[in-house]
Design a protein around this ligand. Structure first.
Ligand SMILES: [Zn+2]
Length: 311
């Protein structure tokens, strides 16, 4: 069974009219996978629901004062503007749930070899401030959790969202056992890009072939050099040519090929992988969902979950 992690709260957030964040995409993605593809009935996937983490669990990763102010709605207005969402209890609840979801995905991946979170990838959250729709860095939080699992000594975060994983890079800069690897557009948000352990910055208008070829060669080198025994993967689809916030020229099939490439490595090298859906901002939500489902299609193609527990 291919484990998928989801909670309805992910899409339960009232936003001002015209807000660019596609908050409904999580529910639409779940509905699409659950109904239209009918994959649960094919008995190859299983949905899991997280239970929310407590805010105090974040205080060893983020600045305790930041967490305190965030949950109590006492952040200065400028800090809320940088996050990009108005404060609400819904916002805090879904954020804590999503961090729990990425952590649960790590546990499921440890057990099954793979897990997919239908949320996550809040890589612009830093130690004492949030940014770019990210409040809590679920990737850094879950990567640290992975290091507590039996036999896991080195974790790699492969972040293929079109935007650089700046928060993850700064939060984990002094963590030698978590390797941060970001593949992103060189002229996109965030303006200031602190060093990850590995940064692959590609120019605007990078095509599918250029992307896959370059990414594959750096991925091979990175895995050979660091030999991680657990991978977190941010499968952001804002690399697509029609994404509102991306500048690459990458096709739907290019997203599938990228995801299949990463998953193939993990499958053949027997490295557990916890994947999150990451960014994706197309206004046409049906098209956006199609992009995010590529990750699940690639996982089904590589892992053949109908055979996962059969001889
Ligand atoms: Zn992004």
């Amino acid at each position: 069974m291919l484990p998928l992690v989801y909670h309805p709260i992910y899409s339960q957030l009232d936003l001002p009219e015209g807000h660019r964040y596609p908050i409904t995409k999580y529910r639409l993605l779940y509905d699409y996978l659950n109904c239209e593809l009918n994959i649960t009935n094919r008995a190859i996937t299983a949905f899991h629901q997280p239970i929310p983490i407590e805010a105090h669990e974040l205080k060893s990763l983020h600045c305790p004062d930041y967490i305190e102010a965030l949950v109590n709605n006492s952040l200065p207005a400028a800090k809320m503007r940088r996050i990009g969402f108005p404060w609400s209890q819904q916002l805090i609840d879904r954020t804590l749930m999503s961090a729990a979801g990425t952590r649960l995905t790590v546990d499921l991946a440890f057990e099954h070899g793979i897990g997919i979170h239908l949320s996550g990838g809040y890589h612009h959250a830093h130690h004492d401030f949030g940014s770019g729709f990210c409040l809590i860095n679920d990737l850094a939080f879950a990567a640290r959790h992975a290091l507590t699992l039996d036999g896991i000594e080195k974790v790699m975060i492969i972040d293929c969202d079109v935007h650089q994983g700046d928060g993850t890079a700064t939060l984990l800069a002094d963590e030698p056992n978590i390797i941060t690897f970001s593949v992103h557009c060189d002229k996109n948000f965030p303006a200031r890009k602190p060093d990850s352990d590995i940064d692959l910055a590609l120019p605007k208008s990078t095509t599918t072939n250029e992307y896959i070829e370059t990414f594959e060669s750096i991925l091979n080198l990175a895995l050979a050099q660091h030999q991680p025994d657990f991978i977190l993967y941010d499968a952001g689809v804002d690399i697509h040519k029609d994404d509102e916030l991306g500048y690459f020229d990458i096709s739907l099939n290019g997203i599938f090929e990228r995801d299949r490439l990463v998953l193939n490595h993990c499958h053949s090298d027997r490295i557990p992988i916890a994947a999150v859906v990451g960014g994706g901002y197309r206004k046409d939500h049906q098209q956006l969902i199609k992009l995010h489902t590529q990750l699940v299609h690639a996982a089904i193609a590589v892992y053949q979950p109908e055979r996962m527990f059969r001889p």
